[in-house]
Design a protein around this ligand. Structure first.
Ligand code: SAM
Length: 235
């Protein structure tokens, strides 16, 4: 099965031949760069396709049904889950935020090589970027995978979301427990747990989950706290 056939069967995502070719180029660049920059522990073809590309595309299950969404991917690393979503959904506008400059150079190289429009990179820590007027409260959807446990993560993510927007965290088997631990943080930050969608990826034993948090009221200006505090002292 091709990536397009798998994406269609699993998530109803349709990829053109050109989009499939973009994924092939992305995978090639990832393997090339990974030889000298520490981007990912997963560098075999099947692993990249399933654990990076399909896992990222699973987010479509939790997106609002509108084509012109404004998205930010916080702690994007080598571009996951943001870039696969942008390749599959050309009408979204995407900001890719990452604290490590070398990783963001890779992301920018993918954007330039694939000529992806509507993509911005932001070299910053989430705790600082979320206080910038151009970033705070600006996004329909705020994404993150493998950045922090949910009680700290929601302090990074919720300030970026518009009221009525949502945060989507890609999680593993600990999703429900993390969501329960994040209850107090959500109440303080203006969020509400909306859903936990579980899903399976081909050949992957552990269940994956999309934790969806809705932003109900503006986040108080004191959040996020200074860099490092949300993970050291979760709310
Ligand atoms: N999201 C990517 C993925 O799933 O493949 C990368 C995951 S990697 C384990 C976590 C990334 O988050 C790292 O690249 C790290 O630099 C970034 N990160 C962690 N805390 C951050 C913060 N407070 N602000 C910005 N980036 C952060």
């Amino acid at each position: 099965m091709t990536l397009g056939e798998r994406a269609a069967a699993l998530f109803g995502v349709q990829l053109s031949a050109e989009q499939e070719a973009q994924f092939t180029t992305y995978a090639r660049l990832l393997v090339e760069w990974n030889a000298h920059v520490n981007l990912t522990a997963i560098s075999d073809e099947e692993g990249i396709e399933v654990r990076h590309f399909l896992d990222s595309l699973s987010v479509v299950k939790a997106l609002p049904p509108r084509p012109d969404l404004r998205l930010i991917d916080v702690g994007t690393g080598a571009g996951f889950p943001g870039l696969p979503l942008r390749i599959a959904l050309p009408h979204v506008r995407l900001t890719l935020l990452e604290a490590t400059g070398k990783k963001l150079q890779f992301v920018q190289t993918v954007i330039d090589t694939l000529a992806l429009s509507g993509c911005d990179t932001l070299h910053a820590r989430a705790e600082e970027a979320a206080h910038l007027p151009a970033q705070r409260g600006q996004y329909d959807v705020v994404l993150a995978r493998a950045v922090a446990r949910l009680p700290a993560l929601v302090e990074y993510l919720l300030p970026f979301a518009k009221v009525g927007g949502r945060c989507i965290a890609l999680k593993g088997t600990t999703a429900q427990a993390e969501a329960a631990d994040a209850r107090r943080a959500l109440a303080l930050l203006g969020g509400r747990l909306a859903a936990v969608h579980t899903l399976r990826l081909p050949g992957v034993a552990d269940e994956h989950a999309l934790v969806v948090v809705e932003k109900t009221v503006p986040t108080p200006a004191i959040y996020p706290r200074k860099p490092g505090i949300p993970t050291r002292k979760p709310l």
